[in-house]
Write a protein that binds this ligand. Sequence first.
Ligand code: PHE
Length: 339
Amino acid sequence: MLEQVEKIAKEIENTEVKLKEELEAFRLKFVSNKGVIGELFGKMKEIEPDQRKEFGQQINALKNAAQAKFKELQDTFENQAMQNIKHDDLTLPSIPNELGTIHPLTKVREDIIRIFERIGFNLSEGPEIEDDWHNFSALNFPPNHPAREMQDTFFVEKDPDIALRTHTSSVQVRVMENQEPPIRTLSPGRVYRNETISARAHCMFHQIEGLYINENVSFKDMKDTLYYFAKEFFGADTKIRLRPSYFPFTEPSAEIDISCSVCHGKGCNICKYSGWVEIGGCGMVDPNVLKASGIDPEKYTGFAFGMGVERMALLKYGINDLRLFTENDVRFLRQFSSI
Ligand code: PHE
């Protein structure tokens, strides 16, 4: 009898299953009451009474071992089955592969560039760390003129002055120094000003400036160009108006306003209930600027304009805090996936 118990114990220990049928066969043979262990329980009567207790303990242990082994086989069998499914079952849903989205500032910059490209503007780029000449002097900022402070410059070095560019007009100087008119160029890029970060201001932001120089360029050409842009970017019903202003590098100079793109002129908190919002500055290039870059102001005239990319995005999408652009909150960024 004891031999039989040992034999069954060994058999249980050595069993391996590969097929579902083998697992079921194990269950019937060792776990079921009608199996070999159940049979042993039935033989209890044949055992000498003084040995019954010991025998009972042995077959109980055998029964527990059989159940534990069955559980173990069942688990490994299920794991294997899962692995097979992962590799083979083409009907299972795929693991989602999330796509990134275009940053709203990239999107707005590209949209603006496309609109000007259609009327013949090309792109030019320049360094973010600029010398005094390209950021100020060539743009007709006299030495020690308060207009230099107007731009809240971050200086990197003093004498000779090197600074983080405060506008991308610096790129336009570089273009004028190196190219003959006609010039029709757009300079997008990052600019820096020493401003306290708030919902409306940042010390780092993006600009797109435009420059057109040719014979007989007029103020009307500038106004037509800006009107075309405003309608393309903000919608066909958009109006523009120019308000007299001052920039050292343009004369005359103006601020560009558009009819509020959020309330369409009715009045809202974005336009402070005036119906108009400012989108940038513009003006006819000052003859001194042309001269400084080696262009004959007797022969050529031109216009320039500049706008903030963040501001255009705020106005187009009704965003009320420009810090959102640099916080990388995916809940904000994901909203721009389909536009
Ligand atoms: N460079 C100006 C600024 O950053 C914007 C501007 C560009 C104004 C061109 C007029 C003409 O404030």
